[in-house]
Design a protein around this ligand. Structure first.
Ligand code: COA
Length: 180
């Protein structure tokens, strides 16, 4: 498992993974290129034997308290071996380094694997966007976690936040494309 910052040269490999992971709502090549070039976030790739097998991105504008996990996807052949969790943790660390205090993300309601990962990393559901993902007509679950608590405190903090949401769906920043 080798993580490094994604560059424009990784765009072809990332788009291959993107289309395989999100067959009905893949981001466009132009949107992904803009994401990779943005100074307001960071994308990582995960390599195995010199081949890109995963990627993930975070949007975290310096000076802003909120950040967003934009996307994470792994080659189907390497899923379930801890790489997704490692990418997520690296993105959380990047957002923290940029000064963010709260992390948000959106996940499809029909994606229990990704939801399981996020829940186990301390995220809690704070809102739903009905029928957000089209054409599949699937709800988006909006999740949040603190970046200022120690990771092992995540579950306890999550239980508290679930009773007293800190943010509403209207306040959650969105990407140019549907974030996930
Ligand atoms: C979601 C995804 C990024 C997770 O990455 P991964 O490397 O497969 O996951 P990990 O091996 O790090 O596992 C992390 C957690 O995910 C969940 N998970 C992973 N594989 C799972 C499976 N087959 N069934 C149920 N839960 C699973 C578990 O909660 C797991 O924790 P555990 O190992 O302690 O049980 C990856 O499966 C993927 O690329 N999926 C397709 C694209 C996608 O849905 N991206 C997320 C968009 S929001």
């Amino acid at each position: 498992m080798t993580q490094r910052t994604a560059t424009r040269d990784d765009l072809d490999a990332i788009m291959d993974l993107e289309r395989a992971a999100f067959p009905t709502d893949a981001w466009s090549r132009a949107a992904m290129a803009a994401e990779l070039a943005s100074p307001h976030g960071r994308y990582l790739v995960d390599e195995e034997d010199g081949r890109v097998v995963g990627y993930g991105g975070v949007r975290a504008v310096r000076g802003a308290s909120d950040a967003d996990i934009q996307t994470i996807a792994l080659d189907p052949h390497v899923r379930g071996t801890g790489r997704g969790r490692a990418l997520l943790r690296a993105l959380l660390a990047e957002a923290r380094e940029r000064g963010a205090r709260e992390m948000f993300l959106e996940v499809r309601a029909d994606n229990p694997v990704a939801s399981g990962l996020y829940l186990s990393e301390g995220f809690v559901e704070i809102a739903r966007r009905p029928r957000y993902y089209q054409p599949d007509d699937v709800d988006a679950i909006i999740m949040q976690r603190s970046l200022t608590e120690r990771p092992q405190d995540g579950a306890a903090v999550a239980a508290h936040d679930a009773r007293e949401p800190l943010a509403s769906a209207e306040n959650v920043p969105t990407a140019g494309e549907e974030s996930r």
